[in-house]
Design a protein around this ligand. Structure first.
Ligand SMILES: NC(=O)C1=CN([C@@H]2O[C@H](COP(=O)(O)OP(=O)(O)OC[C@H]3O[C@@H](n4cnc5c(N)ncnc54)[C@H](OP(=O)(O)O)[C@@H]3O)[C@@H](O)[C@H]2O)[C@@H](O)CC1
Ligand SMILES: [K+]
Length: 484
């Protein structure tokens, strides 16, 4: 599913209006009605719609007219009087006023009239600077109201292109996105302000326009279960363990982490897991794993289609540099393995790195807070700097390639916030690559399944009790959930 930026949405709007001859006010009427339909689902008695000066405000005025028509008690709180609005927004307000919708102009510090639900139609994709004055005051009043807020297109104050929030922003429990989901509602922190996101059809044929434009590769996307179903390697009756590939996992000081990575790989279908160890393993290992111990250390890689290096490696990561340099297949680098990134030949290796925000910060020379405030920019910069596909972990993980592709993963919750889950993920990516999946696709499929397995484990065990080994156990259920 496409996630669109401001410019991309404006191009789609313009094409629909000027080349497909659908008037802007018609699109706005569809938008406002769709918002009203969503708002009325909870049967509110009184609805207050906060409207800005642009087309997002226009959507709000239309929604007000429809809520009024549906029998709700409605009032519009506007930052500019209707006579100062332009174009379609002016028409929208005129229809609402003519229908009998009461309105008032808001000044900073005014009290917000009471409501069962508020609608945030202050700013949409036109947002280009932090909130000030009346908008800032209204956003604060909405957040302080304690009542549910439905945002139109994007919560006011959230950057539509990046999800960044500089200063104040409206905290909605639900966001009705018009025609397509805005990228900023999918990426943290914006996704926390958006709440539940629903996309409504307002008559802009987004998918076909994007495909016809030949620019679909430029568009960011949400990873969906149907995408993952398509990507999952097919299991053939006529096959053997070699068909699904051998994955090598480097075993360091914390052996359990490497075993978790191997189990993640096995559960996504890798044919054989080979653990490259330097000591006898002190942790229990599935009997299916091949454990090769070389007490003098590894100087060359084990025979394998893909390699995972990092989980549990510990301080002695340097000892593995030579192995990495000699390995010719795709590699996953995680945790302490990330410091070996400089050994990879960008022209020879397909690499996926899976840093958490702190590791990403260290690699970029940023603070962790900076990474979390600018997640998309951080992931993009790291991808360019390393030449690797970056999986930036955290709520709504990002998958970003050096050539600019972006996927956002919607699965996963607090069940994953426990030791070892990152090791499982690194193994799952490696397990997919061992099955010859393209590394970018492997990263997308693995993060989605990992998040889904976490959610399912949390549902059954509670998120507090879920451990990384439970995530491993629930991978099969996550796979089954998309294959039926
Ligand atoms: N036909 C269409 O295209 C359709 C569009 N649709 C709807 O239109 C929305 C986009 O509308 P839009 O482009 O008018 O922008 P919008 O977000 O309303 O902002 C308005 C103006 O506010 C200003 N401003 C910006 N930041 C500010 C700030 N921090 N604080 C104060 N002011 C600020 C800035 O103007 P400036 O002050 O810079 O002159 C900006 O131009 C879209 O999200 C969707 O809801 C749908 O109806 C479908 C059909
Ligand atoms: K809005």
């Amino acid at each position: 599913m496409y996630l669109v930026t401001r410019d991309q949405m404006q191009a789609l709007d313009n094409h629909t209006i000027h080349a497909l001859f659908v008037p802007g006010i018609v699109l706005m009427d569809h938008a406002g009605k769709a918002v009203a339909d969503k708002v009325m689902e909870d049967s509110p008695h009184r609805v207050v719609i906060c409207a800005g000066k642009g087309n997002n405000g226009g959507d709000g005025w239309i929604a007000a007219r429809w809520c009024h028509q549906y029998g709700a008690e409605v009032e519009v709180v506007t930052v500019v009087p209707p006579e100062q609005l332009n174009h379609d927004a002016a028409t929208a307000a005129k229809t609402a006023v003519a229908a009998g919708v009461p309105w008032r102009v808001y000044s900073p510090g005014d009290e917000l009239p009471d409501a069962d639900v508020y609608v945030d139609a202050l700013l949409g994709t036109g947002t280009d600077r932090p909130l000030q004055g009346a908008l800032q005051s209204l956003a604060a009043a909405l957040n302080d109201s304690g009542r549910p807020i439905v945002a139109v297109d994007i919560p006011t104050g959230v950057n539509p292109n990046t999800g960044e929030v500089t200063g104040d922003a409206v905290r909605a429990y639900r966001t009705v996105c018009l025609a397509a989901q805005k990228l900023g509602t999918a990426i943290s922190p914006g996704c926390h302000y958006a709440g539940k996101v629903e996309v409504v059809d307002i008559g802009i044929p987004v998918a076909s326009l994007v495909e016809k434009s030949g620019k679909s590769h430029d568009m960011a996307r949400l990873i969906t279960h149907s995408m993952v179903r398509e990507l999952l390697p097919k299991r053939l009756n006529e096959s053997n363990k070699g068909t699904y590939g051998r994955l090598a996992v480097a075993v360091g000081a914390m052996q359990g982490a490497s075993v978790l990575a191997g189990m993640g790989a096995a559960r996504v279908g890798a044919g054989l897991i080979a653990l490259m160890a330097t000591d006898r393993l002190q942790v229990s290992t599935p009997p299916e794993f091949v454990v090769q111990v070389r007490p003098d250390g590894w100087t060359e890689p084990a025979a394998a289609r893909a390699l995972v290096m990092g989980p549990g490696l510990g301080a002695n990561a340097e000892a593995w540099r030579q192995v990495l340099e000699q390995f010719k297949g795709p590699v996953v680098l995680d945790a302490d393995g990330l410091q070996l990134i400089g050994s990879l030949d960008k022209s020879r290796h397909s690499t996926v790195v899976t840093p958490h925000p702190k590791e990403c910060a260290r690699m970029l020379g940023w603070s962790t807070d900076e990474v979390q405030a600018h997640r998309l920019e951080a992931a993009r910069q790291l991808a360019v700097k390393t030449g690797a596909i970056v999986v930036l972990k955290g709520f709504h993980s990002l998958v970003v390639s050096p050539d600019g592709r972006v996927h956002v993963n919607p699965t996963g919750d607090s069940s994953l916030a426990t030791a070892g889950t990152g090791d499982v993920l690194a193994g799952m990516v490696g397990g997919m690559m061992a099955q010859s999946l393209d590394p970018y696709a492997a990263a997308c499929a693995a993060v989605w399944l990992h998040g889904r397995a976490g959610e399912m484990a949390g549902e059954q065990l509670t998120s507090a009790s879920t451990m990384a080994s439970d995530i491993v156990d629930f991978i099969s259920r996550a796979i089954r959930s998309i294959s039926t």
